[in-house]
Design a protein around this ligand. Structure first.
Ligand code: FAD
Length: 408
């Protein structure tokens, strides 16, 4: 058993009550069923800008929505390695399905890591596993853009009852989700950066659509804007403050899962470019078409992209339970830069793939069209804008030493 497999089969906190043997290849098999459903409807999902219902239904049937929940709470205790592999596989089939899955798994990771020990959140974990609930994310608010570490809407407290009204500019699959994990200001008199994280379920909130989702790509994520109104109980607030959850879980897991989904899109474009170059070479008696160099470049950037993701996966997994290491300036810079690098490399890869295919790639139809991949992957640099991340990291980068050796 290798390190990844050992991690995948559970940690001490995830001890099964009785012997349980899960072959990791089960995850691969379950994911391939979902990927097949996603691929079958990908074009229509994109064209109609509709939710990928068949794919998410298949994910429910294969129990993938609760796969990360510890076995003690009814899930399979899948590791970050397993989940990112799933994001990659789904990204090859349908970008919107992969991104929905990536966002859901990020919320589940917060629940697992920061909800264990809280009765309300443990109950929700059991529900996610048993009912295969789909969790959405609400961080973007008003005109705040990707400034997640600042909230305007505050939790109102009335004894143990709480309420929240939020101008949620974007909630992907908000209308289809069974619950939302949202940030908010701790209380009316709290600073914008004094935030909490809440898990809320469909029975205690309403959504009124305020903005449509008519976009270039990622059309199936159905990321409309909503006025979110919630009434519930104080126990729905995660015990730890959001700044810790943000650093230790939300950012690393989001960036790893998103990057894996984008790498999947890039891989799908490379697949098409390879098929095109092969066909062109066959048709020319083995003579390589002029676009072949772009195909090689696409392979090269895909290799770089995968290497960046796997290096960051190893770094995260090595410190997954070490709060200090995860909160360190170096790790935070690295995991934020992963998002920037992965998104740029994914776009570069798809661009090379399109140029390898030439007009056949540029077309909206045909077996070698890279149109959907390009439109979908262009969301990557703006999903928490890379400029914002680079500007935010500037000070931290100035403070950390330039490595003196190659491997440090
Ligand atoms: C496919 C997709 C799905 C999404 N799903 C969700 C979801 O489910 N829930 C959710 O809450 N949000 C979601 N979002 C929104 C996302 O989390 C970000 O909030 C959003 O992408 C920020 O967009 P923005 O460009 O308006 O904002 P900003 O980040 O504010 O950027 C606006 C402009 O300002 C510039 N800028 C901002 N800050 C700086 C800076 N410091 N230095 C230099 N330039 C700067 C940027 O370059 C950019 O041009 C989604 C986004 C996408 C693309």
């Amino acid at each position: 058993m290798n390190v990844q497999e050992a991690r995948s089969l559970g940690t001490a906190a995830d001890e099964p009550s009785e012997p349980f043997f899960l072959d990791r290849s089960s995850f691969v098999q379950w994911t391939s069923v979902v990927a097949a459903a996603a691929a079958a409807e990908a074009e229509d999902v994109d064209r109609q800008a509709r939710f990928p219902k068949a794919a998410i239904d298949a994910a429910r049937q294969q129990k993938l929505l609760g796969v990360q929940i510890p076995r003690a709470f009814g899930g399979h205790g899948a590791s970050i390695f397993d989940v990112t592999d799933m994001c990659y596989t789904l990204g090859r089939a349908c970008a919107s399905t992969a991104m929905i899955f990536a966002m859901h798994q990020t919320k589940v990771a917060c629940l697992v890591r920061h909800g264990t020990g809280s009765e309300w959140h443990e109950r929700l974990m059991r529900r996610v596993a048993a009912e295969q609930m789909l969790l959405a994310s609400s961080t973007t608010e008003g005109q705040n853009g990707g400034n997640i570490r600042f909230s305007t809407a505050a939790v109102e407290h009335a004894g143990t009852e709480i309420s929240l009204v939020r101008n949620a500019t974007v909630i992907s699959y908000g209308a289809q989700a069974d619950g939302i994990v949202t940030i908010a200001r701790r209380a009316n008199d709290a600073a914008g950066s004094d935030q909490v994280l809440l898990a809320i379920t469909k029975d205690n909130y309403t959504l009124e659509q305020s903005l449509a989702w008519e976009t270039l790509g990622m059309r199936g994520t159905c990321s409309a804007g909503f006025e979110l109104k919630f009434k519930g109980t104080a126990e729905q607030i995660f015990p730890e403050s959001y700044d810790k959850i943000h650093a230790q879980t939300m950012t690393p897991v989001a960036h790893l899962c998103w990057s894996s989904a984008w790498a999947g899109i890039a891989a799908a474009a490379v697949d098409r470019a390879q098929a095109f170059i092969r066909k062109a070479a066959r048709g020319a008696g083995g003579q390589m078409p002029p676009g072949a160099a772009h195909f090689t470049a696409a392979r090269m950037t895909l290799t770089k992209l995968r290497a960046v993701i796997t290096a960051n996966l190893d770094a995260y997994a090595a410190h997954e339970h070490d709060e200090r290491a995860l909160s360190s300036l170096d790790f935070q810079s690295q995991i934020n830069l992963l998002k920037v690098q992965a998104s740029e490399l994914a776009v570069e890869t798809v661009m090379h793939a399109m140029r390898a295919c030439g007009l056949s790639g540029y077309r909206n139809d045909g077996d070698f069209s890279v149109d959907r991949h390009l439109r979908d992957v262009l969301s990557a640099p703006i999903m928490i804008n890379n400029d914002r991340i680079l500007a935010n990291i500037a000070t931290a980068s100035l403070m950390s030493a330039v490595p003196a050796t190659l491997r440090d």
